[in-house]
Design a protein around this ligand. Structure first.
Ligand code: NAG
Ligand code: NAG
Ligand code: NAG
Length: 261
C-alpha cells in the first residue's frame, strides 16, 4: 500500500512539473512600474492593455527564450487570511532573472494586489513574497484581434521586424513567415530577434500577409493573418490590426489540474 501511494505521488509530482498545472511556488511583485513599461518580450508600454496591466516576469523555464511571451497564467496565493481563492490572471511580458530561483513569477503590483481579499491588498504587499499556486490558462482579449506592430527599428523596404500583440489562446508562437499578396506561395522566413519580436532583412514588397507557427492540440499549425494585413507602404512604429484571433489550446498530455477549485 505504501509503495502504491508513493508511486502515485511520484507520478503526480513529475506530471505537474512538466505540465505547469497547479504548480506550487512563490511570487513577488515589482516595486516600480518596470513590468508595465519594459520587459524582455519587447511588448513595451502597450502591455498596460494586456489584462488591465496584469503582467509578470517569468523564470527562464517559463519564458523559454521568448516562446513563453504572451502566455497567460492564473496565479493565486495560498494565505487564506489575506488571499482570495480566484487569484489573478497574468500575461508573461518579461524574463525574471533571479539567480536564487526563489520565485517563479514577479508580478506587476496591480496583479499582485488582485490576489488579495477585499481590503487586504496592503497587507499582501507587505508580505512581499507570497506562496502561490499557478496554472496555464488561455488568454482572452474581448473584442480585440491579434495586432501586428511593425517595430520602430524596422527599415522600409527590406528590414521588417514585427511583434504579435494580443495573442489569444493557450499556445506559443514557434516561428513565422511573411509573403506578398501577389506572390502568396513565396513565404519569407522570419527569425526571432528577441522576446516576441520576429524579423527578416529580405521583406517582400507589396501588401503583405503573415503566418505564425503555433502549437495547438498535440501538434503545430499555421495561424494566418488576413491578406494584406501590412500595406505595401508599411511604416515603422505603426500597429496594424488583423481581423483574426488565436483560440487554439496546446495540450500537454498530462492530467488536468484538479486541485484548483
Ligand atoms: C537557478 O536555475 C538555474 C537554471 O536551472 C541554475 O543554473 C542555477 O544554478 C539555479 N540557482 C540556484 C541558486 O538554485
Ligand atoms: C494593396 O492593397 C490596397 C487595398 O486593397 C490596394 O489598393 C493596393 O493597390 C495594393 N497595393 C499593391 C502594391 O498591391
Ligand atoms: C485597431 O483596433 C483598435 C481597437 O481594437 C483601434 O482603437 C485602432 O484604431 C485600430 N488601429 C488601426 C490602425 O486601425
Amino acid at each position: 500500500m505504501a509503495i502504491f501511494l508513493c508511486f502515485v505521488f511520484l507520478l503526480f509530482s513529475s506530471a505537474s512539473a512538466a505540465c505547469n498545472q497547479c504548480v506550487l511556488s512563490k511570487a513577488s511583485f515589482f516595486g516600480s512600474s518596470k513590468g508595465l513599461s519594459g520587459g524582455a518580450c519587447g511588448y513595451g508600454p502597450v502591455a498596460v492593455d494586456f489584462h488591465g496591466g496584469h503582467v509578470a516576469a517569468a523564470l527562464h523555464t517559463i519564458y523559454k527564450k521568448g516562446e513563453g511571451c504572451g502566455a497567460c497564467f492564473q496565479i493565486r496565493c495560498k494565505n487564506s487570511g489575506v488571499c482570495n481563492t480566484k487569484g489573478t490572471k497574468i500575461v508573461v511580458t518579461d524574463l525574471h532573472t533571479d539567480k536564487s530561483n526563489a520565485t517563479d513569477f514577479v508580478l506587476s503590483s496591480r496583479a499582485f494586489r488582485a490576489m488579495a481579499l477585499p481590503g487586504k491588498d496592503k497587507q499582501l504587499l507587505s508580505v512581499g513574497i507570497a506562496d502561490v499556486e499557478y496554472k496555464r490558462v488561455p488568454c482572452v482579449y474581448k473584442g480585440q484581434n491579434v495586432a501586428i506592430r511593425v517595430e520602430k527599428f524596422s527599415k522600409f523596404p527590406n528590414y521588417l521586424a514585427v511583434t504579435a500583440l494580443y495573442q489569444g489562446g493557450q499556445t506559443a508562437i514557434l516561428g513565422g513567415d511573411v509573403a506578398s499578396v501577389d506572390r502568396p506561395s513565396n513565404w519569407v522566413y522570419l527569425s526571432r530577434n528577441y522576446g516576441a519580436v520576429w524579423d527578416t532583412d529580405s521583406a517582400p514588397s507589396g501588401n503583405l500577409t503573415l503566418r505564425f507557427i503555433i502549437n495547438s492540440g498535440f501538434d503545430a499549425q499555421f495561424f494566418y493573418t488576413n491578406e494584406g494585413v501590412l500595406p505595401a507602404n508599411w511604416k515603422p512604429g505603426v500597429t496594424y490590426n488583423t481581423s483574426v484571433q488565436i483560440t487554439n489550446v496546446a495540450l500537454d498530455g498530462c492530467a488536468p489540474c484538479n486541485t484548483w477549485k
